[in-house]
Design a binder for this molecule. Structure first.
Ligand SMILES: Cc1cc2nc3c(=O)[nH]c(=O)nc-3n(C[C@H](O)[C@H](O)[C@H](O)COP(=O)(O)OP(=O)(O)OC[C@H]3O[C@@H](n4cnc5c(N)ncnc54)[C@H](O)[C@@H]3O)c2cc1C
Length: 358
């Protein structure tokens, strides 16, 4: 039976980032992935923005995760000789003067001010129905995740460290034995689970309860819009080239199916029409399940009983920003015994679910 030092299950954003960290440390590893069509990473818009508009406030641990993420994507771009990081302006439209007042009040906070541009913008945008001033945030853009995933997959396949298969069964011990759907069996010294929403159906980290939030997204064609920046008004319009835009995304906490929702499609189309008065055509409608946790923080660390079993999950709707920093943190924890931040350590889940046997 073939033996590898470290096996990663999942080649979504999380598993890929772990794999690049292991490669950088010159570790022996293998990634196993079943190429799930509705995996979050394969449908995500890939936007990053340091500001959470709803509150408004800054994203979790933004001072650390943002510079780390940008450097990491640039490093991987150089390694793969492919561009997938697009730094572009992000313009936020307000619903009313109350939300503008909240934004301006928040702008008095020095830390917040570092991430936004002032004064508010007033220039009209061709085809966009907006009479109020609007905001621009700094350090924004998107990662083309489908391209990042497929180029990473090609790269790891070429290096013979990726297997297209599904993990079916595991026996834990000092050495871990894995049975795959391809009928192959493998052994490893340690296993890292990066299974996205599919973690929710499995038993190992059941106490940490990885949930799933369904998100629908449209790809539209709107030749007259001619914009190269992201627009946002409770939903986003992201340019992806060729007069096409991603429009999304919805959040559904009840429906766990993989069927794109007609209600979501109508809602997104209506939101688009309320903001943009130009002809458009829907060319694709996709759905995916975001892997999340009860406290909306990533989930990383050791299994309580199996010390050679690890999890990297819970990236929620912020995988692009959070993924690189915490993949690096987990790998440094495993190989250099460096600490994991309390807010993201899987250990914290005990407080929600009581003591577990270990
Ligand atoms: C509509 C939508 C829009 C989004 N927009 C954004 C955005 O703009 N910005 C942002 O930062 N985030 C966004 N997200 C969230 C983002 O997609 C996630 O944070 C991130 O991609 C999660 O990555 P992951 O690797 O943890 O999970 P996944 O992408 O689900 O990857 C898990 C992988 O594990 C594999 N796998 C699972 N079980 C097994 C098994 N037993 N055997 C083998 N392989 C297995 C799957 O096939 C899959 O490839 C969005 C999500 C959705 C749904």
């Amino acid at each position: 039976m073939k033996k590898v030092d470290t096996i990663i299950i999942g080649q979504g954003l999380a598993g890929s980032l772990i794999a690049f960290e292991l490669e950088k440390k010159d570790k022996d590893f293998l990634v196993i992935d079943n190429n799930h069509k509705h995996a979050s990473s394969s449908v995500a818009a890939g936007l990053y923005n340091p500001v959470v508009f709803r509150k408004p406030t800054l994203g979790f641990n933004i001072a650390n995760v943002l510079p780390f993420a940008l450097n990491k994507y640039e490093e991987i771009e150089a390694l793969l000789a492919e561009r997938f990081l697009y730094k572009r302006p992000y313009w936020k439209f307000f619903e009313n003067f109350k939300t503008i007042n909240n934004w301006e009040a928040k702008a008095a906070d020095q830390k917040f001010k570092e991430y936004i541009k002032l004064p508010l913008k007033k220039e009209p945008i061709n085809g966009v129905e907006n009479e109020l001033p609007y905001a621009e945030t700094k350090f924004t853009g998107n990662v083309d995740l489908p391209l990042f995933l497929s180029k990473s997959r090609d790269y790891f396949e070429l290096k013979k460290c990726l297997v297209n298969s599904k993990l079916e069964e595991v026996s834990y011990g000092l050495e871990i034995e894995l049975k795959l759907s391809s009928k192959e069996s493998l052994k490893c010294n340690r296993l890292i689970l990066a299974r996205g929403h599919q973690e929710g159906n499995q038993s190992e980290f059941a106490y940490s309860s990885v949930g799933s939030t369904k998100g629908d997204i449209l790809i539209i064609k709107c030749p007259d819009l001619k914009c190269d920046y992201t627009l946002s008004r409770g939903f986003f319009i992201l340019p992806i080239g060729n007069d096409s835009y991603k429009v999304g995304a919805t959040y559904d906490w009840e429906d766990k199916s993989y069927i794109p929702s007609e209600t979501a499609k109508v809602e997104l189309a209506k939101r688009f029409e309320n903001l943009v008065n130009l002809p458009y055509e829907i060319i694709k409608h996709e759905t995916g399940l975001r892997p999340g946790t009860i406290d909306r923080r990533p989930l990383i660390g050791n299994h309580a009983a199996h010390k050679n079993l690890f999890i990297f999950n819970g990236l929620g709707s912020k995988g692009v920003l959070l993924g690189p920093y915490y993949a690096n943190q987990l790998v440094n924890h495993i190989f250099e015994e460096r600490p994991i931040d309390n807010e993201v350590n899987v250990e914290r889940m005990r407080k929600y679910y009581g003591n577990i046997e270990d």
